[in-house]
Each structure stands twice: as structure tokens, then as C-alpha cells.
Design a protein around this ligand. Structure first.
Ligand code: HEC
Ligand code: HEC
Length: 329
């Protein structure tokens, strides 16, 4: 059943005095990233899609004037030491999970980039009995309380299903456990202006490796294959994206974090010149999260063979996709 259209969302109110409820997560095995990038699975090129685009491109290569100024100020070295790796855990909320898992496609406000990436605001609003009831009254088709609750329940199940299994062009996130999904749902409800959602926000500690796993699997894997040969500077110029398995060897931790969070020029072409590059800047990813991605890629080297878990994702996806095609065409 398709969700009713619920008009424009009221902007989410900042929960000034309400703090997220602290919960702990069940233990979960961290697994390496495997398989081809999401765009390669779809057979798309980076320039044909809005997926993984943040709207910000890396800096142009420094000009001779900038370099001279940098040398004179002596700040170059300091500029580079921006992170200290730590293997502890990182405090996370649903909002943080949203940044790592969803924002690369759905933007900060959940509205995506229609018509390619649908807004999640209306499907999320349909999970609220209160908003469904109001909407049905507004369109002159009031519903009894039981039907309203039923409809909202179905929309909620559809949302959870969508997050776990993806959609037509949306990847699934079978790796997320129940608590993480609950935290994500509570956050997107707040984003969509569902009344009371701010009181359902959760806070938990995630092991660093797990944070890295979230970021790599959800965001970096949109464009980067898991494994493969390191492309030459000439191949990079032609549009090849270096596989995740080559990144740790190519870049030191500082350079890697810089590339992700602030952008860095890419060396490309037969003359090995510096260019602005084609990778968006993930300005909303914190240095400790990019560090976690580096440590994760180092500790769990990417695999080419799809793990049994991913095999079943593919099978589940094929089914879901068949259904989703009807909805989205
Ligand atoms: C790689 C890009 C990508 C990522 C990452 C992504 N989505 Fe999507 N999402 C899409 C696309 C594309 C659609 C449009 C439907 C389709 O093609 O599957 C969509 C549609 C949706 C819809 C349904 C909209 C409708 O019309 O029914 C919801 C809800 C949604 N996404 C939630 C999420 C959440 C929550 C996350 C993070 C856990 C997420 N998405 C991560 C690409 C993405
Ligand atoms: C929208 C597509 C896209 C996404 C998403 C993306 N990248 Fe990239 N990345 C590229 C492209 C294209 C290049 C090569 C050109 C360049 O450097 O701009 C690249 C290059 C890199 C490099 C430099 C590699 C080298 O050898 O020069 C690193 C490091 C990197 N990406 C890390 C990441 C990480 C970590 C993530 C996830 C947080 C990520 N990328 C997400 C497209 C993407």
C-alpha cells in the first residue's frame, strides 16, 4: 500500500532541553566491505547521478602565491596533524547515523534530489498516527482511530523495510541492528516534524571499527569498488575511481582524513599534475569518523568475494527491486 501524501513538513524544532536517551548496543561482528561500488552495480557513472554528492568539491591545487605564503607562515606542518587515532568508542545518536548512512544521498534535510532521489519526508510523516489523522481530515476523508493506527503502522513497517533492504536505486542496510534502526527512525521522524519525535532520540557508544564500517559501507562504497588494481594517474584522469583496497596504502592517515573532510587535489593525467579532482568534500563527516574509516579499512581489508551475508542481500534486493519497480514507475 502506498503512503498518503502529507503536504509540507514543518521544520524540525531543535530539542533544546531534551537529551537523547542512552542505550547500549548488542555486540555485532564487524565485517569487511566487499563487492563492487553501488554505482557500478547500477551501471552508472559518477557524473550521471546525484548519489554521494555533497554539493562541495575539493580545493583547486594551490597556486604558487599560496605556497609561498604557506612557507612563509610556517603553518604547513601544523595544518597536517589534524587527528590522533583512537581505538575506543565514539558516542553516536540517530542524527550521527543519519550523517554516515543517509546524508550522502538524501542531503541534510531528508529531501534528497528528486526525481532521482525521492524525499523521505512524506513517507516518514505517514508513520505518525497524529499526522495521518490530521491529513485525512484536511483532505475531507476522515478515518476512524483504528484505521489511522493501522495505516501508520504499515508505513512504519515500510520505512524499516526500506532502510534494511533498500529500494529500486537505493542500497539496503542489512548491517544495521534493531537499536540503530530505531535511532535512525526516531531521527528522521524529528527531521520530518513528527510530533514528539525529539523525545525518542537515542544515544549509544559505537566501537570505532563499527563507525568506520558504517561510513565506508554506506557512503564511500557508493563510488569506490572494494578491491581492484590501483589506477594510474592517466586512468584516474579518464575517470577511474581508486578501489577502497588501495586507499590505505596510497594515503597516510592525515592525508586520508583531509581528503574526506576538507578535500585535497588529485594527481592525475600522464603529466601527473594536480587537479581539483572529482570526489565531493564530506564536510559533515568529523575527523574522528574519517579516522575510523581508515582504521576499519586497515583492520578489515576489503574483499572481492561477496560474503554469504551480502549474497543474501543481493537475493533479498532482487525481490524488493521487483516490487519497488512497480511503485516507482
Ligand atoms: C546511495 C544513495 C542512497 C542512500 C545512501 C540512501 N538512500 Fe534512500 N533513497 C535513494 C533513492 C535513489 C530513492 C528513490 C527510490 C529508489 O530508487 O529506491 C530513495 C528513497 C528513500 C525513501 C522512500 C521515499 C519514497 O518515496 O517512498 C526513504 C524513506 C529513504 N530513501 C530513506 C533512507 C534512509 C533512512 C537512508 C539511510 C539509512 C537512505 N535512504 C539512504 C537513495 C539512497
Ligand atoms: C561521489 C563519489 C565518491 C564518494 C561517495 C567517495 N569518493 Fe573517494 N574518490 C572519488 C573519486 C572520483 C576519486 C578520484 C579523484 C579524486 O581524487 O577526486 C576519489 C579519491 C579518493 C581518495 C584518494 C585516493 C588516491 O589514491 O588518490 C581517497 C583517500 C578517497 N577517495 C576516500 C574516500 C572515502 C573514505 C570516502 C567515504 C567517506 C569516499 N572517498 C567517498 C569519488 C568518491
Amino acid at each position: 500500500m502506498s503512503s498518503p501524501l502529507l503536504g509540507q513538513a514543518t521544520p524540525a524544532r531543535a530539542p533544546a532541553t531534551i537529551h537523547p536517551r542512552a542505550v547500549s548496543l548488542p555486540d555485532r561482528r564487524v565485517t569487511p566491505i566487499s563487492g563492487r561500488s553501488w554505482l557500478n552495480q547500477l551501471g552508472w557513472f559518477i557524473n550521471e547521478t546525484s548519489m554521494g554528492k555533497t554539493g562541495l568539491w575539493g580545493p583547486a591545487p594551490p597556486q604558487e602565491d599560496d605556497l609561498a605564503a604557506l612557507r612563509a607562515s610556517g603553518t604547513g606542518a601544523h595544518e597536517r596533524s589534524i587527528v590522533t587515532p583512537s581505538l575506543g568508542s565514539i558516542s553516536m545518536t540517530g542524527a550521527d547515523l543519519y550523517r554516515l548512512e543517509c546524508q550522502g544521498c538524501h542531503r541534510t534535510d531528508g529531501r534528497g534530489v528528486p526525481p532521482e532521489i525521492n524525499s523521505m519526508i512524506n513517507p516518514v510523516r505517514s508513520t505518525s498516527p497524529e499526522l495521518v489523522r490530521k491529513h485525512m481530515e484536511e483532505v475531507g476523508a476522515p478515518m476512524d482511530a483504528k484505521s489511522v493506527r493501522e495505516l501508520a503502522k504499515q508505513s512504519h513497517a515500510a520505512l524499516v523495510q526500506r532502510i534494511s533492504h533498500g529500494g529500486y536505486h537505493m542500497p539496503g542496510f542489512l548491517d544495521l541492528n534493531e537499536t540503530e534502526i530505531q535511532a535512525l527512525v526516531a531521527y528522521v521522524e524529528q527531521l520530518a516534524g513528527v510530533p514528539g519525535a525529539e523525545r525518542r532520540q537515542l544515544q549509544f557508544n559505537e566501537p570505532t571499527m563499527r563507525v568506520g564500517e558504517h561510513l565506508v559501507k554506506a557512503t564511500c562504497h557508493i563510488c569506490h569498488d572494494s578491491v581492484g588494481p590501483k589506477p594510474s594517474a592517466a586512468q584516474m584522469m579518464d575517470g577511474e575511481v581508486p578501489p577502497l583496497s588501495t586507499l590505505v596504502a596510497s594515503k597516510g592517515l592525515d592525508e586520508f582524513v583531509m581528503k574526506v573532510t576538507r578535500g585535497a587535489p588529485a594527481t592525475m593525467g600522464v603529466l601527473q599534475l594536480q587537479y581539483r579532482g572529482r570526489m565531493p568534500v564530506f564536510y559533515y563527516i568529523r575527523p574522528e569518523e574519517a579516522t575510523a574509516a581508515y582504521l576499519y579499512l586497515y583492520t578489515y581489508p576489503p574483499e572481492s568475494v561477496t560474503s554469504p551475508a551480502e549474497g543474501s542481500t543481493a537475493a533479498a534486493k532482487a525481490k524488493i527491486t521487483a516490487g519497488a519497480r512497480d511503485v516507482h514507475r
